[in-house]
Design a protein around this ligand. Structure first.
Ligand code: AMP
Length: 186
């Protein structure tokens, strides 16, 4: 516990959420920014979902999950995600305030990380439909270290309101048309 090791290229998952301003635009911009990160490839993006706020204030959230391959170490990846959040003007006037953009590092290979700054698997992901449903869309057989199978976790949060809105291609429109990115968006 507490340590980090770094494989050559790790499979990582990032949760995206937004519920202020223009959430669609914020999520699309964040996906593009993630795709442009150094030492990182975007390999899949879930559909866009709408979900009720959980432990948070304000209007419904828009959510998605992105799958990456990265040679950034977990802490460096978190820093990169926080820079993207900051670049989109996220402010934190109080805990769980509505946010223009929230990026969570959900999974990093099969690592369990428990440092002051970073906990992976994300400590609340296993009870949140807005994370689990888009994650399962990308890989329904995914293993969350230390947790029951994904299908079981999904059943346990079946009462949480979540609605699929659009495939990632529709969200990203014209802007990710180069072959590698298109392939990433399947
Ligand atoms: P939030 O405001 O909910 O996005 O929480 C951000 C805080 O959670 C930051 O201080 C991060 O250092 C910390 N944190 C711990 N683990 C994670 C994680 N897996 N992904 C994103 N932030 C994390």
């Amino acid at each position: 516990m507490g340590g980090e090791s770094q494989p050559a290229e790790a499979r990582a998952f990032v949760g995206l959420g937004a519920n202020l301003g223009d959430p669609r635009r914020a999520i699309a911009a964040a996906i593009r920014a993630i795709a442009a990160l150094a030492h990182t490839r975007l390999v899949a993006v879930s559909s866009l979902y709408r979900s009720a706020p959980v432990e948070a204030a304000g209007p419904d959230f828009l959510n998605a999950v992105a799958e990456l391959r990265t040679s950034l170490a977990p802490a460096a990846l978190l820093s990169a995600l926080q820079s993207i959040e900051a670049g989109q003007g996220r402010e934190r006037p109080y805990r769980n305030a509505p946010r223009t953009l929230d990026l969570d590092l959900l999974l990093y290979a099969d690592q369990v990380i428990d440092t002051e700054r970073l906990r992976v698997p994300h400590p609340r992901m296993h009870g949140r439909a807005f994370v689990l449903v888009p994650l399962a869309e990308i890989d329904g057989a995914l293993d969350i270290p230390g947790r029951p199978p994904l299908a079981e976790l999904l059943r346990a949060c079946a009462n949480q309101r979540i609605e699929k809105l659009a495939p990632a291609e529709a969200l990203l429109g014209e802007s990710l048309r180069e072959p590698a990115a298109r392939q990433a968006l399947r």
